[in-house]
Design a protein around this ligand. Structure first.
Ligand code: SAH
Length: 458
């Protein structure tokens, strides 16, 4: 290891920044965040640096940096565009034992500035010891993505209980085991979901010795198929679930993201098959949660859009089972984006309506006249079978036969297929193209925009 990673407390410490360009500004802003006393010296000062100083306070000299500036500082950052100046600053600082960082010149540094992921009080610092700032940045991105946004709140909560826990559990090993237990419990997820009062109560319960794990049901939207469209929360919970009940629409690639030792149960419902009925699913959710398990109900798209999420929730609430809902990207959004069809558009559609084309006894009970409006997009879920009927009824009720329409099948996956036409010819086109379920139908002027996005071909 080339350097010792430490976190310097610079509150009210006089820190010199030589230079006032973009890079110097970024360093000064960091120092300001850590509440340092800023001293900026540069012949020309940028507007943003002035704003920072106005906001944060600090002193400013419009001239070249001198040895006296360095002598008066306890920490120095050189970010001038003058190589000689940078070298001088480094030499003066080193002569006085003052820590110095010269931007982009590791040989002149006595400390490196890491890339940071800031969820204060949690801060991750990453360094490649000056070898590759770009590599460091990509590691930073990875951390940004994987670290829950509310981890700061979790740290504050754990911090607020530290003294109490110390008094209660006097041996070090016992305390470590306790905190490990807390991090394994529902406490972190409750905080991440913004339920801090419940998290504190759960923590206090664990401290009080009531160790039994409380089960929970997570109703999670898995998006339309492409695993990259999972939300960060969905992905995190997939690593934590004990049991996953999933639908037919959840793709294999998504299932492969589930923790390997979690139990999986397929409760898939096809358009014509009801392998596990809703009553049984509700019952399973409640039973497993009551056994103390973390149960994930993983659904295609968004749980609240034609996903029967509402019904499952009502049952859970009535049974007094804790739950969390994680939204997903619904098929309409996913398919529209991947097919190059904006669902609304300033000139072509001012509203969009999601409907189901699911047939009941061969019929569709819809208020057809109400669907026919100017600048309006219709999206039919579960409508492949009823496509001829839908197109026919819309025309009968006055929608022009030339209205553009598209069917998107297996949208966002590698098997995505798009068939476009109009109300008159789309059913035939879709049939000849061999379009398979799951598919959605989009009807409205916006469909014609797809042709103007030539880059969507394929
Ligand atoms: N909750 C889901 C919808 C469930 S209903 C969501 O928000 O997306 C099932 C219907 O969704 C299917 O019949 C089909 O119309 C549509 N659907 C789901 N995934 C799809 C996909 N990848 N491509 C096209 N349509 C899809």
């Amino acid at each position: 290891m080339d350097a010792l990673p430490v976190f310097l407390i610079v509150r009210n410490v006089r820190c010199l920044v030589a230079g006032a360009g973009e890079v110097a500004y970024r360093k000064a802003r960091l120092l300001a965040k850590a509440r340092a006393q800023l001293h900026i010296v540069a012949p020309r000062i940028s507007e943003q640096m002035l704003e920072l100083l106005q906001e944060h306070g600090g002193s400013l000299e419009r001239r070249k940096v001198t040895e006296d500036d360095v002598a008066a500082a306890q920490l120095v950052i050189a970010a001038t565009d003058d190589l000689q100046s940078n070298e001088d600053v480094s030499r003066w600082a080193q002569g006085r034992g003052v820590p110095v960082n010269v931007v982009d010149q590791p040989a002149l540094c006595t400390f490196y500035m890491p890339a940071i992921v800031d969820r204060s009080p949690v801060v991750v610092a990453i360094s490649s010891s000056g070898t590759s700032p770009v590599l460091t940045r990509s590691l930073k991105e990875l951390n940004e993505v994987m670290m829950p946004a509310r981890i700061d709140r979790l740290a504050v909560l754990l911090g607020s209980m530290r003294e109490q826990v110390k008094r209660r559990i006097t041996d070090f090993a016992g305390r470590t085991a306790f905190w490990e237990n807390v991090l394994e419990s529902e406490v972190p997820e409750l905080v991440y979901a913004g339920r801090e009062e419940e998290a504190r109560a759960a923590l206090e319960r664990i401290l009080g010795g009531a160790q039994q794990q409380t089960g929970e049901v997570w109703l999670v939207g898995a998006g339309p198929g492409d695993p990259d469209l999972l939300t960060l929360r969905a992905l995190r919970l997939m690593y934590r679930a004990d049991l996953v009940l999933y639908d037919r629409l959840v793709s294999k690639e998504i299932l492969s993201r589930i923790r390997p030792d979690a139990e999986r149960i397929h409760v898939g419902k096809g358009p014509d098959m009801h392998s596990v009925d809703q009553y049984t699913i509700n019952d399973m959710l409640i039973r497993h949660a009551r056994e103390g398990r973390k149960v994930m109900r993983l659904k295609g798209g968004d749980p609240f859009i034609f996903g029967r999420g509402g019904e499952e929730l009502t049952t859970l609430a009535e049974a007094g089972v804790n739950f969390q809902i994680v939204p997903g990207i619904t098929a309409a959004s996913g398919c529209a984006a991947y097919a190059g069809i904006p669902l609304t558009h300033r000139d072509h559609a001012h509203s969009v309506q999601f409907l189901t084309g699911h047939l009941k006894d061969g019929n569709l009970d819809l208020d057809w006249p109400a669907l026919i409006r100017e600048k309006h997009t219709l999206v039919f879920y579960m409508g492949l079978k009823s496509l001829p009927l839908v197109c026919d009824q819309l025309r009968r009720h006055g929608m022009p036969a030339a209205t553009p329409a598209a069917v998107v099948s297996q949208g966002t996956t590698r098997q995505q297929q798009v068939a476009t036409g109009n109300l008159e010819n789309l059913p035939g086109i879709a049939e000849r193209a061999g379009i398979k379920a799951p598919a959605i139908t989009i009807i409205g002027e916006v469909v014609s925009l797809r042709d103007s996005f030539a880059w969507f071909e394929g």
